[in-house]
Design a protein around this ligand. Sequence first.
Ligand SMILES: *[C@@H]1O[C@H](CO)[C@@H](O)[C@H](O)[C@H]1NC(C)=O
Ligand SMILES: *[C@@H]1O[C@H](CO)[C@@H](O)[C@H](O)[C@H]1NC(C)=O
Length: 307
Amino acid sequence: MKGWLCTLLLLESFVFVVQQQVDGGLAENEISQQLSNEDRRQNPPQTDSLRDEASTDSQQYCHLSFPDIHAALRELTATVTEQKANIRALETQLREELNKKTDALETRLKDAEKTAEQQTEELNKKNDALETRLREQQTFILEEMNKKTDEISNLTESQVEELRKENRDREIAFSASLMESGGGHIGPFSTDITLTYRNVFTNIGNAYNPITGIFTAPLKGAYKFTFSIIGRGNPSTASTVFIVKNGEKVVTAHAHQDQYDVHSSNGVVLILEVGDVVYVRLWSGRWIYDDQNNHSTFSGYLLFPLK
Ligand SMILES: *[C@@H]1O[C@H](CO)[C@@H](O)[C@H](O)[C@H]1NC(C)=O
Ligand SMILES: *[C@@H]1O[C@H](CO)[C@@H](O)[C@H](O)[C@H]1NC(C)=O
């Protein structure tokens, strides 16, 4: 029983000391001091009789050697101290590592922020550049559009001018009667003769020549020609005239009256090439009458041009 108590006491002391050590309370020499105190408590200066008895009991019942325990405790204390130092070193190491990592993370964060800032700046720059380019392109397109509009309107103007010119080319019409002044018969002659209608009413395009009586086609197209005569009796001679195209007879107007007058006319649509000629001839042995009333006429005009 006393042996148990003794062991328990020792263990308690040891646990207490270790606890103190672990809690970081005592230095090694303090532990030694404590231990020697414990020793003394176990083995005090023998003044008290009870203590005496106890001492005697402990000497009698504690089979463990105190120096051994002391040594073991010292060893343990040393180990604990070492462990403590190790733990502290580990703590320091961990803290340092943590700090390093924190620093590194902060640095990375700062770097990332910097990069983000730079990227934002670059994006803004690019955006600005794009906006500038867009504006430039818009301006360019607008200018091009204006140019094109100009060109188109110029084209339209020149086309209109061309059309006007074409229309002017197409403005071909003439009309004339035989006598410029006076009146009477022309003919009869022993051969056909070309009549010259000298009293010109209209000669747009000047395709009809009143000196020669010949119409010359200025452009390819369909032309309409008409002519009319008056046949007058007493003395009785027939009046016969015909249209000629390039020397070929085409159509005839004929009138023959013993008394008074009779009227005859004819007309034709001809396809003419540029330079083709058309005129009216008086049949040989026939005559034609005219006066200031403009009975005998020759007219022609372009219906439409042909390609
Ligand atoms: C259009 O015509 C005007 C006047 O004739 C001229 O000044 C301008 O250069 C022309 N524009 C183009 C695109 O041809
Ligand atoms: C005949 O033509 C002439 C010249 O164009 C004109 O002066 C005259 O009035 C015309 N005669 C008639 C009856 O139309």
